[in-house]
Design a protein around this ligand. Structure first.
Ligand code: ATP
Length: 479
């Protein structure tokens, strides 16, 4: 759980300075744990989203996508268990009045122990916490915090309230006339939009089990501790897939999806040792097995994705609350049943943060003659906001015209960026800072032999290639 707060802060500043991510409503001093994606952040996020969507709905013939509304009938959340159970154990510090999620408070302390070289002590504490959480033993959790003299980061005291549950759903009113208005929730997960549409999709798509329904969309949670940039937001996006299976086959499909999802992560250009699985000890009310895929963020190993074996809990509950049959007739075994479900649920914003954290590199390029450095975002080309920058060396001599021709030829196929201003070295560095993998420079030689200089972001190497080869070269890298 090595943490590197300086690196984390540097990434946050970089995101702001280079148009990736801004605090929401910044001119009004911001809204806590809500963020806006800027010009390059939104491209990066969209590329990740598209890549996930394609890998689910295009590469799997038995997975289809939907796009359900954020608002849902309020009974949905009674059936799903969120009204009663979507809460976290919290504890307040009586002096600072600051509220903490109990697990976060303890994990923060364990991080400190590890930094002080007391790893075994930290591991033991996490093990005790997991056991107490699994048993919903709130008194035990409070005692654990007190016995370890875990302090509030603000007041520095150990003056704690009892541990209590706190519901994380946001509610609002539907209907304009107050008397008739009913309370509805902003969905805290996208999954329920899939469950309530299970029969619609199965029947209209003539889907045969096993099959999946994927969805990308906003979710809202009134997170208590929300100060880790886009890692924990109050409004965020999820990419979820519910895979409907025959009861009894859940173990096998759970293992299948664990492996398949890890394989997907490996294609993001992130080394394997930056990931690990974390098996849940405390299972959610709906699950019979669950694990997280954790990534080694600068703030430590943390969850990016959950894989859950949800049994038939959700569909059974919707059947019970809606009084509509949620059954599937399986022609292969001639039986009706409520399908079991394996869910893969990944946070889009957390994936953005993961990709950014992995890509961010500060490099010292000093030579004995000259101090020099650069910040480079080493995105795989597929995810980079801009694939190709087209840079005429000067603003005259017909060079911009040639550069414009390249731009026109390439921009229908992938995102390009055209720039004339400033010295070429400066322009390269600006592209490095936003992660553009390829730059081509049009110079005077181009007029003679139709070649340009292509410069590769990661190696900074340059070579000359024919104008006709540019598009193909970039396209090959972004497949
Ligand atoms: P955590 O324990 O970190 O609160 P969770 O276990 O509640 O997460 P899930 O309900 O399994 O998360 O949601 C699936 C995914 O959605 C998570 O793996 C994470 O990537 C993302 N996610 C959940 N909450 C947030 C949030 N507040 N901000 C950003 N992403 C989130």
């Amino acid at each position: 759980m090595a943490t590197d707060n300086n690196r984390f802060q540097a990434i946050i500043s970089h995101c702001k300075e280079y148009g990736f991510i801004f605090q929401s409503s910044e001119i009004y001093d911001g809204l806590s744990a809500v963020y806006d994606y800027g010009q390059w952040g939104s491209e990066l996020k969209k590329n990740i989203k598209d890549y996930w969507w394609k890998s689910m709905t295009q590469l799997h013939e038995n997975i289809v996508g939907i796009d359900a509304a954020i608002f849902m009938h309020p009974t949905t959340w009674k059936a799903s268990g969120h009204v009663d159970n979507f809460s976290d154990p919290m504890i307040d510090n009586k002096d600072s009045k600051k509220r903490y999620r109990v697990d976060h408070l303890i994990e923060g302390y364990v991080d400190e122990l590890e930094k002080a070289g007391k790893k075994a002590e930290g591991d033991a504490l996490i093990a005790s916490m997991d056991q107490l959480l699994a048993a919903n033993d709130f008194d035990g959790l409070k005692k654990l915090i007190e016995d370890n003299k875990i302090k509030c980061g603000v007041s520095g005291t150990v003056n704690w309230t009892d541990v209590r549950q706190f519901n994380l759903m946001f509610s609002t009113q539907l209907g304009s006339v107050a008397e008739d208005a009913s309370e509805i929730y902003l969905r805290p997960e996208t999954a329920q939009g899939i469950f309530v549409n299970f029969l619609n999709v199965q029947k209209t798509g003539r889907m045969k089990i096993p099959f999946g329904i994927a969805q990308i969309g906003k979710a809202f949670r009134n997170e208590i501790v929300a100060r880790q940039f886009i890692f924990r937001m109050r409004e965020f996006e999820q990419m979820e897939m519910q895979f409907f299976i025959r009861p009894g086959s859940q173990k096998e499909w759970y293992e299948y999806w664990k492996e398949a999802r890890m394989k997907w992560h490996m294609t993001l250009g992130i080394p394997a040792d930056k990931y690990r699985f974390h098996d849940h000890v405390k299972l959610a009310h709906y699950a019979d097995a669950a694990c997280d895929i954790e990534f080694d963020f600068p703030i430590g190993f943390k969850e990016v994705e959950g894989i859950h074996s949800r049994t038939d809990y959700d569909l059974s509950r919707h059947q019970e609350f809606s009084k509509k049959k949620m059954q599937y007739f399986d022609p292969e075994i001639n039986q009706n049943y409520i399908p079991y479900v394996i869910e893969t649920s990944i946070g889009l914003d957390r994936t953005v943060l993961m990709v950014l954290s992995n890509a961010y590199e500060e490099q010292d390029l000093s030579t004995p003659e000259k101090p020099d450095s650069r910040v480079v975002l080493k995105f795989i080309p597929k995810l980079a906001p801009i694939k190709l920058a087209i840079l005429p060396l000067t603003k005259k001599d017909g060079l911009p015209e040639i550069a414009r021709q390249i731009m026109d030829e390439c921009k229908t196929s992938f995102k390009c960026f055209y720039e004339e201003k400033d010295a070429i070295g400066k322009r390269y560095r600006r592209q490095d800072a936003i992660g553009t993998p390829f730059c081509v420079t049009v110079d005077h030689q181009t007029k003679e032999d139709q070649t340009v200089t292509i410069r590769y972001r990661d190696t900074m190497q340059q070579e000359r290639i024919h104008i006709n080869k540019i598009k193909e070269l970039v396209e090959k890298q972004i497949l």
